[in-house]
Design a binder for this molecule. Structure first.
Ligand code: DGL
Length: 259
C-alpha cells in the first residue's frame, strides 16, 4: 500500500463529514475520499444484516479507489458491522462508537445521557459497552427522525427544535450532567441542543478520538503521507448533491457517484 493513497471514510449520509473535519484538521496533508450513502439513509432503522451489507458495499467502493485505511464515520455501521468488516477485509478499519467511557470519567452526578440511533442502542456491541459501567446510570434516548430531518435540509426547523427538546429535556430532568452525541450527524445539532439544556451540561462526541486513532494506526503502519502540501478532499454522494454541498468544505471536490 502506498502512503500517499487516500484515507476513505463512509457514512449513511452527511453526518460523517463531522468526522472528516476532525481527520482533516489533524492530518491536513492527507488526501481523503468521503462517501455518503444518502440513497440508503438512514441506517439507524435498518436490521443488522442490511447494515452489514451496505457497509461492505461502501468499503468495496472505497477500496476500488485505492484507499489505504477505512474510517467508518458512522456509529450505527460500527456497532452493527465492525466485526464483520474486520473479518472480511485486510485494510485497517477504524470504527466509531458513542463516547461512553469519556462520559463516565467526566460525570460528577454519575448520570449520563446517550442520544443515538435505534440501530446503535439496540446493538449487542453497545449493550456490552454499557455493562462495563454498572456504577453509572445511563439514560438512553433513540433520536427518531433526527437524521431524516438533517438529510432533508430541515436542520433549523421548528420541528427539529421540538423533537430535540422532547428527547433531551427528560434526560436533564433525570439529572444527567453529560450528554453523549452517539451519531455522527448529531454534532451539527449541538448549537440547537445548547439552547434547550441548562448551561453546565457537557455535550461530547467521539470525532477527535477517531481522528487521533486513525493517525496512530497510520503511523504504526508507516502509512502517513509524506506530502508537505495540503491534501485533496473528495466528497461523493449517490443521492442529493445539494445537501452534501451544504456540509462539505468549500474547497472540497463534490460529485455524484454510483456506489
Ligand atoms: N451517522 C450515523 C451514525 O453515526 C447513521 C445515522 C443513520 O443513518 O441512521 O449512527
Amino acid at each position: 500500500m502506498n502512503k500517499n493513497n487516500p484515507i476513505g471514510l463512509f457514512d449513511s449520509g452527511i453526518g460523517g463529514t463531522t468526522i472528516w473535519q476532525e481527520v482533516s484538521l489533524l492530518m491536513p496533508n492527507e488526501d481523503t475520499i468521503f462517501i455518503g450513502d444518502q440513497r440508503n439513509a438512514p441506517y439507524g432503522i435498518r436490521p443488522k444484516q442490511e447494515i452489514v451489507d451496505l457497509s461492505f458495499k461502501n468499503i468495496d467502493y472505497l477500496l476500488s479507489l485505492d484507499c489505504k485505511i477505512i474510517v467508518v464515520a458512522c456509529n450505527t455501521a460500527t456497532t452493527n458491522a465492525v466485526k464483520e468488516m474486520r473479518e472480511k477485509y485486510q485494510v485497517p478499519i477504524i470504527g466509531i462508537e458513542p463516547a461512553i467511557k469519556p462520559a463516565t470519567i467526566l460525570t460528577k452526578t454519575s448520570k449520563i445521557g446517550i442520544l443515538a440511533t435505534k440501530g446503535t442502542i439496540t446493538s449487542d456491541f453497545y449493550s456490552a459497552k454499557v455493562k462495563q459501567y454498572p456504577h453509572i446510570e445511563i439514560i438512553e434516548q433513540i433520536g427518531y427522525n433526527l437524521v431524516n430531518l438533517i438529510e432533508s435540509g430541515k436542520i433549523h426547523s421548528d420541528e427539529m427544535k421540538e423533537l430535540l427538546a422532547s428527547y433531551v429535556t427528560p434526560m436533564v430532568e433525570k439529572g444527567i450532567d453529560t450528554l453523549v452525541l452517539g451519531c455522527t450527524h448529531y454534532p451539527y445539532l449541538k448549537p440547537i441542543i445548547e439552547t434547550i439544556i441548562p448551561e453546565g451540561i457537557q455535550i461530547i462526541d467521539s470525532g477527535k478520538a477517531v481522528a487521533k486513532q486513525t493517525k496512530k494506526v497510520l503511523s504504526e503502519l508507516d502509512l502517513l503521507t509524506d506530502r508537505t502540501t495540503k491534501g485533496t478532499n473528495y466528497f461523493f454522494t449517490n443521492h442529493d448533491l445539494n445537501i452534501l454541498k451544504e456540509f462539505a468544505p468549500f474547497d472540497g471536490i463534490i460529485e455524484h457517484r454510483e456506489f
